[in-house]
Design a protein around this ligand. Structure first.
Ligand SMILES: *Cc1c(COP(=O)(O)O)cnc(C)c1O
Length: 471
C-alpha cells in the first residue's frame, strides 16, 4: 500500500514513512491509494476474532513495511483487557430498542483518543528503535489530546513529550491526570495564556526549521493517518457486536470535532463494512453540520468559536475534513487544492451546495448530521439516567441526540461513547445534582504530587526549555 497527498503531490509514500510525519509536502493529507475490500466471507471470519487480532487483520491491509509477526505483537501489546478494562475492549450495551452505546473510553485517560494513541505509542517506539532515531513530540492541549498522548508515550524509548497547556484553564481532573505523571520523558509545560497561545507557540517552533531538525520535533495531531487507521477497527468491532448474522446494516452516530473519528467510519464503509448511515454530531460549533446540510464549508474565527460543555468538539475548522472531500470529489486533487488552499485561504469558505457531487455525501456516502446545544446535552444526560439508569458524558449526549434524529427502522444505531462522565463532572452535577462515580484508579488523583513547569507565553522560553531537556 502506498499513500498519496489529497493535493496531488506526485510522491507516493509507505506507511512507516508517513507515520512520523504530519502534513504532506504540499500541505495536503495522506490517504491510501485505494481502499482494500472486505467481502462477506472475510467479515464472517473476522467476527469471531478477539479485538487485537481484528486490529492486526485490518492494519495489515494498510501496512506492508512492518513484518506481520511484529505488527501482530504490537496489536497484542496495545489492546489488552488490563489497559482497556474488558475482554471486548470496546463493549457494546443496548440502551433502548435498537440503540446501542459502544464504549470507546475505558482506556487510560477515559476518552476515545486512547484507542488510537496507545497504538501510536507502540508504533513510534518500534519504528524509532528500528531506525535508531529519537523524536520529541511537541503539542498543545486543552484536555483530551494531551493526556492521551502522554499516557501513550510515557516510558517509551526514543520519545519525549513536551505538552503545553493553558495554565489554570483545564478542569482539575484533567490537570491532575497529566501533571501527576512522573515519567522522565513526559514534560508538562503550563503556559501563562490561553489555548490559542499554546497553539501559536507550537506553530512558531515548528516553523523554525533549523530548530525543528536539530531537536527532532514531531507532533501527534489528529491528521496522523496511523491514528485514523487505528480507529477503523472499532467500527468493525461495533458492527459485529450489534449484528448476530451477516448482511445486516448498522448505523453509527459520532460526536465530531476534527472529523477524525467519523472519517474512520467513512474508511470502514469504503472497505465494504455494511454501514447504513454515518451521523455526524456537532455541538454549537456546527462547521460540519452546516456543510452536510447546505454544502457550505465555512471556517470560523476565534470570536465565532464557542466554549461549550462538550469542549473536545469545540473546533473552528475540521482538520480531517479534507480527506472526505477528496473522496467526495472523486479524488480530483486539483479541485481539492483549489478549495482548501486557494478558496479557504482567500475567503475562509467554499460552497459545494450546487455541485452535483454534494448530493452524494448523503446518497452515496451515507452521511447525515445534527447539531445540539447545552440544553440538549443536559436534557439527554438527565433522560438517559432516568430511563436507562445509564450515565453518559456531554460528548456522548451530543451523539445520542443526533442518533435519534436519524434512526432507520430495522437498522441498529450505534452511538460512539467518546468520554466517561467523570471527565466533565460539572455538567453531570448540573444535570443530576450529584458527581459521577469515579473509577477506582482515579480516586484522589488531585492530591498526587504534580510535575509541571510554568513558563511565560513566549516562544523562546519554550525553545530554551526543550533544548535544556534533550540529551
Ligand atoms: C476528540 C474528541 C471528540 C472529537 O473527535 P474528532 O475525531 O476530532 O472528530 C469527541 N469527543 C471526545 C470526548 C473527544 O476527546
Amino acid at each position: 500500500m502506498r499513500y498519496l497527498s489529497t493535493r496531488g503531490h506526485p510522491e507516493r509514500r509507505r506507511f512507516c514513512e508517513i507515520l512520523l510525519e504530519g502534513l504532506a509536502p504540499d500541505g495536503g493529507l495522506y490517504m491510501p491509494e485505494s481502499y482494500p475490500q472486505v467481502d462477506a466471507a472475510t467479515l464472517e471470519r473476522w467476527r469471531a476474532l478477539p479485538y487485537a487480532e481484528l486490529a492486526f487483520e485490518i492494519l495489515s491491509l494498510y501496512i506492508d513495511d512492518i513484518p506481520a509477526d511484529d505488527l501482530r505483537a504490537l496489536c497484542a501489546k496495545t489492546y489488552t483487557p488490563e489497559v482497556f478494562g474488558s475482554e471486548e475492549i470496546v463493549p457494546l450495551r443496548e440502551l433502548e430498542d435498537g440503540v446501542y452505546l459502544e464504549a470507546l473510553s475505558n482506556g487510560p485517560t477515559l476518552a476515545f483518543k486512547d484507542m488510537a494513541m496507545q497504538l501510536l505509542g507502540n508504533l513510534f517506539e518500534y519504528e524509532l528503535g528500528r531506525r535508531g532515531e529519537e523524536l520529541n513530540i511537541l503539542g498543545a492541549t486543552s484536555g483530551d489530546t494531551g493526556s492521551a498522548a502522554e499516557y501513550a508515550m510515557r516510558g517509551k524509548k526514543g520519545v519525549r513529550v513536551f505538552m503545553t497547556s493553558p495554565d489554570g484553564r483545564m478542569s482539575p481532573f484533567q490537570q491532575a491526570q497529566m501533571f501527576s505523571l512522573q515519567d522522565a520523558n513526559i514534560h508538562n509545560i503550563a503556559v501563562a495564556g490561553v489555548f490559542d497561545d499554546c497553539q501559536d507557540i507550537v506553530k512558531a517552533v515548528s516553523n523554525d526549521l533549523a530548530f525543528k531538525r536539530k531537536y527532532k520535533i514531531g507532533t501527534v495531531n489528529s491528521i496522523n493517518w496511523a491514528r485514523l487507521l487505528a480507529q477503523v477497527v472499532y467500527y468493525f468491532a461495533g458492527y459485529f457486536q450489534a449484528t448476530a448474522g451477516s448482511n445486516r446494516q448498522v448505523s453509527f452516530a459520532v460526536p465530531s470535532g476534527n472529523f477524525g473519528n467519523v472519517c474512520a467510519g467513512h474508511v470502514a464503509r469504503q472497505m465494504g463494512l455494511p454501514i447504513h448511515t454515518l451521523v455526524v454530531a456537532t455541538n454549537e460549533n456546527d462547521v460540519l453540520d452546516e456543510f452536510f446540510r447546505t454544502g457550505v464549508y465555512r471556517v470560523r474565527g476565534a470570536a465565532d468559536t464557542h466554549e461549550t460543555s462538550s469542549p473536545s468538539m469545540d473546533i473552528s475548522k475540521a482538520s480531517n475534513f479534507e480527506r472526505f472531500v477528496f473522496d467526495l470529489l472523486g479524488r480530483d486533487t486539483d479541485r481539492v487544492r483549489t478549495l482548501f488552499q486557494d478558496e479557504l485561504g482567500r475567503a475562509g469558505r467554499f460552497d459545494l451546495g450546487t455541485d452535483p457531487a454534494f448530493a452524494q455525501a448523503a446518497t452515496r456516502f451515507g452521511f447525515r448530521s445534527s447539531r445540539s446545544t447545552h440544553e440538549d446535552r443536559i436534557a439527554t444526560i438527565r433522560d438517559t439516567d432516568k430511563r436507562f439508569a445509564t450515565l453518559i458524558d456531554t460528548h456522548t449526549a451530543d451523539g445520542l441526540k443526533a442518533a435519534r434524529e436519524h434512526l432507520t427502522p430495522g437498522v441498529p444505531m450505534v452511538v460512539l461513547e467518546t468520554a466517561l462522565p467523570i471527565k466533565f463532572a460539572a455538567s453531570i452535577v448540573e444535570a443530576l445534582g450529584h458527581e459521577p462515580d469515579r473509577p477506582e484508579r482515579f480516586v484522589g488523583i488531585e492530591d498526587l504530587p504534580k510535575r509541571v513547569t510554568r513558563l511565560p507565553s513566549d516562544v523562546e522560553a519554550v525553545k530554551r526549555y526543550i533544548s535544556e531537556h534533550c540529551d
